[in-house]
Design a protein around this ligand. Structure first.
Ligand SMILES: [Zn+2]
Ligand SMILES: [Zn+2]
Length: 298
């Protein structure tokens, strides 16, 4: 790959008539252009991240924009590393983000979703001391390495835990709440789900945390942005404070490893020193006991 690469992240909830045929079109297009990354396609839409040279990405965007259903598609762009992805994966799924919602609970974001506000509007809310709560819809390990100051951790281990959050934030039903996630896709259903569960004043951050960080680097969002590719985290400034803490020794770190217990392998923050000097780090006492006995505790 050329040295000047770009990473794009994009999604759209839109009815796709023939998802299987669209998977083939996507795969052929990406292979022809030599793009690497991950694209999920369902009857409800598309969710993707790709890396390629700046020229090739531009060509891909043009081909997507030429399709009527994706004419205005917003590609969020970041500088690439040339090694964000090892391969191309294009998959057909039942959802473009797995939610854990039952069929009769499922959300169509084109029908019910939180009101979108842009990064600049959130900046105003914060500056004006507006009365609202930020609910972070990402996973626990993503929150651990970076989050908005004062935001609520939904403590999900996986987005499939979405059905559990209504009870968790029951007390905020009458408050103004803003959901946030990496680049916006998870909030489309998460904010709609809160509305469906009776939350009265629900907003979502358009373009997600990454867009906010790009516009206001080093402000309001503490730490770094977890991303699901070879970069692990994304940052838009060198002037920021590391807030992630090593699971073992609590020193500041943004380095991720996996729980050493075979039945867990959960992602956790682990500093270089602890990773180097220990045979493994366990995310809970249960995992440590399990690893010692060889028998799963759960
Ligand atoms: Zn450590
Ligand atoms: Zn574990």
């Amino acid at each position: 790959m050329s040295s000047l690469t770009e990473i794009i992240i994009f999604y759209k909830y839109t009815r796709i008539a023939d998802p299987a045929a669209f998977v083939t079109w996507q795969r052929n297009t990406c292979e022809e252009l030599g793009l690497l990354g991950r694209i999920l396609i369902a009857a409800e839409g598309i969710n993707g991240t790709l890396e390629g040279s700046v020229e090739v990405i531009a060509e891909y965007e043009a081909r997507m924009h030429a399709r009527p259903e994706f004419a205005g598609l917003w590609f969020k762009s970041s500088p690439g590393t040339g090694e964000a992805f090892k391969k191309l994966v294009v998959k057909l799924r039942s959802e473009i983000v797995a939610t854990g919602l039952l069929k009769d609970q499922d959300i169509d974001p084109n029908v019910i979703t939180g009101k979108h506000i842009d990064a600049a509007e959130l900046k105003q809310w914060i500056a004006n001391g507006e009365d609202f709560e930020i609910i972070d819809m990402r996973n626990d390990y993503e929150y651990a390495v970076g989050h908005f100051a004062g935001s609520k951790n939904s403590t999900m281990g996986n987005f499939r835990d979405l059905p559990t959050i209504a009870a968790k934030f029951e007390g905020l039903k009458k408050k103004k709440v803003l959901t946030v996630c990496t680049y916006g896709v998870r909030c489309e259903k998460a904010s709609g789900f809160l509305k469906q569960e009776g939350f009265e004043d629900v907003y979502q951050l358009n373009g997600g945390i990454g867009t906010y960080m790009k516009q206001f680097p080093g402000e309001d969002f503490l730490g770094s942005l977890y991303v699901f590719d070879g970069r692990m985290t994304e940052q838009f400034t060198t002037k920021y404070m590391v807030i992630g803490e090593c699971t073992s020794c609590s020193s500041k770190t943004e380095r991720f490893g996996n729980c050493a217990w075979n039945d867990c392998h959960k992602q956790l923050l682990i500093c270089f020193n602890c990773a180097k000097h220990s045979k493994g780090i366990w995310c809970t006492d249960d995992c440590m006991v399990g690893a010692a006995s060889g028998v799963p505790v759960r």
